[in-house]
Write a protein that binds this ligand. Structure first.
Ligand code: SAM
Length: 279
């Protein structure tokens, strides 16, 4: 398999993109990634299901946003291509939808190139999302995204990869301030209401030598929605005063009513999710 990867890839240190690929049942990962996932899953058995729930949430959220008339998607921390990518979901709702995928992992670029071949309305950018000016000013972005029109910024299972010193939520606010009204964020973040469980996962990932941020509390992660208007998490858009940022498995799911956290009290980690618009 190594011949399918660029030569400068570090195969010994687990990478978040490759670990996530493994959790989703993909083949673009190495032994170090698989071992790291096994260590995490031993302490957090819900890991595989919440990775898959997160990916399904991404598709539902993208289809919803595209159906609201947003045609431009900036998929930050896009990850390795998988079965149902952002442009597939967006173009199902609106064939004119355009997507710029951004990730800092060179493996994602190598596989992303194959992905973009199947659509002229997509581009792939190898960049660190902390370099906002570089992301917005790159030729790939300027070709497909007009910041005078609404843009959907995707932050799906991403900001927990950034430590507090990078000010991830401040970075998002500065980015959304530059976007037109009608823009939105699609967000999910690994959270825990049990500090020990969150700290365990954070410590494990950092012990692999993998650059990472931390599991945050739901309240900390909700900072991303400051100044934005959260969309209803119900499939029929009802306004019933319940939680708006919810467990990803329940966001606009046809069979699961929105819930703030997983029902099973034994499950300590989940992806807090929501879609919010700039008005
Ligand atoms: C858990 S994956 C999520 C993939 C996809 N967004 C999803 O939810 O299906 C996180 C991705 O963010 C990328 N990432 C982490 N930090 C990043 C950074 N500073 N700049 C760009 N990409 C980053 C990783 O390489 C990885 O592919």
């Amino acid at each position: 398999m190594a011949d399918r990867f660029p030569p400068d890839i570090d195969m010994e240190t687990p990478s978040i993109a490759r670990m996530y690929d493994y959790l989703l049942g993909g083949k673009d990962n190495f032994e170090a990634d698989r071992k790291a996932c096994e260590v995490l899953a031993a302490g957090t058995p819900e890991l595989v299901s919440f990775a898959n729930d997160n990916r399904a949430y991404l598709s539902r959220a993208v289809e919803y946003v595209a159906a609201q008339g947003v045609e431009q998607f900036l998929d930050l921390g896009a990850g390795l291509p998988t079965a149902n990518n952002t442009h597939h979901a967006a173009q199902r709702a609106n064939p004119r939808a355009r997507v710029v995928y951004v990730d800092h992992d060179p493996i994602v670029l190598a596989h992303g190139r194959a992905l973009i071949n199947d659509s002229a309305e997509t581009a792939f950018l190898l960049a660190d999302i902390r370099e906002t000016d570089r992301v917005l000013g790159a030729p790939e972005t300027r070709r497909l995204i007009d910041t005078d029109l609404p843009v959907c910024v995707m932050l799906v299972s991403l900001l927990h990869c950034l430590p507090d010193q990078d000010d991830p939520f401040g970075m998002v606010h500065r980015l959304t301030e530059r976007l037109a009204p009608g823009s939105c964020v699609i967000f999910s973040h690994i959270v825990s209401d049990d500090p020990a469980s969150g700290a365990w996962m954070t410590d494990q990932i950092l012990s692999f030598g993998t650059p990472w941020g931390r599991v945050r509390s739901p309240e900390e992660a909700s900072a991303v929605f400051r100044g934005l208007e959260l969309a209803s998490p119900w499939t029929d858009g009802r306004e019933d005063g319940g939680p708006r940022a919810v467990d990803c498995a329940s966001w606009r799911h046809p069979d699961v009513p929105p819930r703030f956290r997983p029902e099973d009290p034994g499950v300590k980690l989940w992806e807090l999710s929501g879609v919010a618009f700039k008005r």
